[in-house]
Each structure stands twice: as structure tokens, then as C-alpha cells.
Design a protein around this ligand. Structure first.
Ligand SMILES: [Fe+2]
Length: 206
């Protein structure tokens, strides 16, 4: 695979105000995400023959056991960080959106309604100990809420992410300090439900 590139955000740094502030977005994307990308690329550069055979960063995360041991932890942490953040930016939007489409119906069926789903997801996100992520994923049993520690990806557990929430302190501390639950409540206002629906349709096609 080629070098992993930091994706350009599909909106301005200030587009998610007031829910996620511009300073946090700038730092999160240009410093934190960039650092994961750089360290991921450095790890891959140390195994050029293996790297040449790699199809994508996502494929690497889907099968960590196939990754050379010398870079396995770096791929899990920095590759995970690179991919997770690219995904995270894609499921955020400055245009206020409502749950829509088939994914909205499926959430309703699985969780007993959108509000119940939001409650369960918010509780899971609030309950992540230390640094990690909360996800809506498609797995063998349909839709699930799952959490991962650090930069672990649902892809490494055979799940397809549909929606992600970064609950590392770097994602909210500037504006919300220790009030993670306030950040979570605000974050629902910037979910890109149109993208979640696209992710759902793609996941169902496999
Ligand atoms: Fe982050």
C-alpha cells in the first residue's frame, strides 16, 4: 500500500460549533490524527516487503495476526488511530440531521426506538474506562453497540463500523474538561446520519 494520507476534513474546523469547538477539531485532526498517521507510516516503512503486499490499512486491521510481530502493536495502535479518526470525521456533519433510511428502521427494531438507542449508546460511551471509542457496528447478529479500548478497531473483531464516537480526552477536554457526558450529549447534534445510512447499506452487501 501507499503511504497512509491524513484525509482532508469534509468541512471547516469550525463547522461543528458549538457542539465540538474549532480549537479541538484543529488540534484533533492536525496534531493527534497526523501523529497516528506518521507513526503508522513509519512502522510500515520498516517492513517494505510486507507493505508492498498490503491492500489497505483496513485490511491490516481486519487480520492483525497476519501482521509481522515487529510492527503488530504499532499497526494496532497507530494504524487503528489513523483509520478510526478518518472514519470518525466522516460520520460528523455541521448540518443538523435526523436518523434516516433503513438504518433508522433497523435501529428502531433492534433497540426499541431511536431514543432508546441513543440512551444505550450514550451510556456505553460514558462507561468507557480511560481512552477508547464507542461504536454502532454491523456484526453477524445485526446491529450492535460496542466499545473498544485505546485505538482498537471493530474491524479487528469482525465488525463493520457504522457510527463512531471518540471518547479520548483529547476529543473533548478543551471545551468540556472532565464532563464527558456533556460532550456525548452535544455530539448527537453533529452525527452525519446520511453517512451512517451509507455505511449500513455497504455493510449489508457483504
Ligand atoms: Fe481522537
Amino acid at each position: 500500500m501507499e503511504e497512509y494520507r491524513l484525509p482532508k476534513l469534509p468541512y471547516e474546523y469550525g463547522a461543528l460549533e458549538p457542539y465540538i469547538d474549532e480549537a479541538t477539531m484543529r488540534l484533533h485532526h492536525s496534531k493527534h490524527h497526523q501523529a497516528y498517521v506518521d507513526k503508522f507510516n513509519a512502522a510500515l516503512a520498516s517492513v517494505p516487503e510486507f507493505r508492498a503486499k498490503v491492500k489497505s490499512a483496513e485490511k491490516l486491521l481486519e487480520d492483525l495476526n497476519a501482521v509481522p510481530e515487529s510492527i503488530r502493536a504499532a499497526v494496532r495502535n497507530h494504524g487503528g488511530g489513523a483509520v478510526n479518526h478518518s472514519f470518525f470525521w466522516s460520520v460528523l456533519s455541521g448540518e443538523r440531521q435526523s436518523p434516516q433510511g433503513e438504518v433508522s428502521q433497523e435501529i428502531g427494531r433492534k433497540f426499541g426506538g431511536i431514543e432508546k438507542f441513543k440512551e444505550a449508546f450514550s451510556a456505553s460511551a460514558a462507561g468507557v474506562f480511560g481512552s477508547g471509542w464507542c461504536w454502532l457496528v454491523a456484526g453477524a447478529g445485526g446491529l450492535e453497540i460496542m466499545t473498544t479500548p485505546n485505538q482498537d478497531s471493530p474491524l479487528s473483531f469482525g465488525k463493520k463500523p457504522l457510527l463512531a464516537l471518540d471518547v479520548w480526552e483529547h476529543a473533548y477536554y478543551l471545551k468540556y474538561q472532565n464532563r464527558r457526558t456533556d460532550y456525548i450529549a452535544a455530539w448527537w447534534n453533529v452525527v452525519n446520519w446520511e453517512q451512517v445510512e451509507k455505511n449500513f447499506r455497504l455493510a449489508m452487501k457483504r
